[in-house]
Design a protein around this ligand. Structure first.
Ligand SMILES: C[S@@+](CC[C@H](N)C(=O)[O-])C[C@H]1O[C@@H](n2cnc3c(N)ncnc32)[C@H](O)[C@@H]1O
Length: 285
């Protein structure tokens, strides 16, 4: 990762997310059942209403763009932008299944939008912005394309210790193989985990009425094995680390991860706390 240009990092992201698109489609129902409330929160924070024109950044397999399209209705529209064509192919299939004709998914980098200034009534984004090598550039683009008075709402992961379902897998891998100390400024799952990280960048970009709230929830898996399997199939950064391990090391990581998940057994499920940072801001009138 170190020494890569922003363009190389973005190309790495594109390849990573295209590779895991099949896993995202396989686990779509499961994660939607666990996390749909985040889409509703983003739709509320972005103040979506019928007739609006909305931009969703890093839509992946369609969240929250699809709920956005349902909310703005046939008099409104949503454009979902993402690097990974394979993720967007899943999103398009879901839009068709839902009968949504007012959402379009386009491939592109969310650091540089192909859109005119003041052309959107709202911007949303779920779990994308922390993967950008140049987040302040995306913040400036958001500020540019928003209409005066309109809102951006984004969700990013909060701290690893509050998200054991992500953090404990990294810890398990670190026990098996030496990893370079994480560069806190490098793109990654927890890059925007600290209070004020993304909020500060949006403020720097000139947005106002900024809120930054940690939103606590939980999600449940049927078993530690289900947790391990889903993690490996959808988490591109974890897959990248695992790709460097031997078969024996992978077995050991699996043992450590499932063992570390056991204390989260509650009733017949493994239930992890999650902490998501919800940031909203608007362009001045
Ligand atoms: C964790 S997924 C989230 C997808 C979806 N928003 C969700 O919450 O289910 C992250 C997405 O961000 C996209 N992404 C990462 N860097 C990007 C960039 N520079 N421009 C556009 N999309 C990007 C990836 O392709 C991937 O689909």
């Amino acid at each position: 990762m170190m020494g890569q240009t922003p363009e190389q990092m973005i190309e790495g992201q594109r390849q990573d997310w295209n590779r895991v698109a099949g896993g995202w489609e396989k686990w779509d129902r499961f994660f939607d059942e666990q996390m749909a409330f985040l889409n509703h929160r983003l739709v509320a924070d972005a103040r979506l209403r019928a007739g609006m024109r909305v931009l969703d950044l890093g839509s992946g397999t369609g969240y929250p763009a699809l709920l956005g399209a349902q909310t703005v209705g046939s008099s409104g529209s949503v454009i979902g932008l993402d690097l990974a064509e394979q993720m967007l192919a899943v999103a398009r299939r879901k839009a068709t299944a839902l009968g949504l004709a007012n959402v379009t998914f386009r491939t592109g980098d969310v650091t540089a939008f192909p859109f005119e200034a003041n052309s959107f009534d709202a911007v949303t984004s779920r779990f994308c912005l922390m993967f950008l090598p140049e987040i302040p550039r995306a913040a400036a683009e958001i500020a540019r394309v928003l209409r005066p008075g309109s809102w951006v709402a984004a969700a990013v992961w909060s701290a690893p210790e509050k998200n054991p379902s992500i953090g404990l897998s990294m810890e398990a891998i670190k026990k098996v193989v030496e990893l370079p100390p994480p560069d806190p400024t490098a793109p990654g799952i927890f890059r925007l985990a600290n209070p004020g990280d993304l909020a500060g960048m949006l403020q720097q970009a000139g947005l106002v009425d900024v809120t930054d709230q940690e939103f606590l929830a939980e999600w449940s898996y049927a078993s530690a094995d289900e947790y391990y399997t889903s993690l490996l199939e959808i988490a591109a950064p974890i897959q990248n680390l695992m790709a460097k391990l031997s078969a024996d090391q992978i077995q050991e990581v699996r043992r450590l991860i499932t063992q570390a998940a056991t204390p989260y057994q509650r009733g017949d499920k493994i239930t992890f706390p999650i902490a998501v940072r919800m940031i909203a801001a608007r362009k001045t009138l």
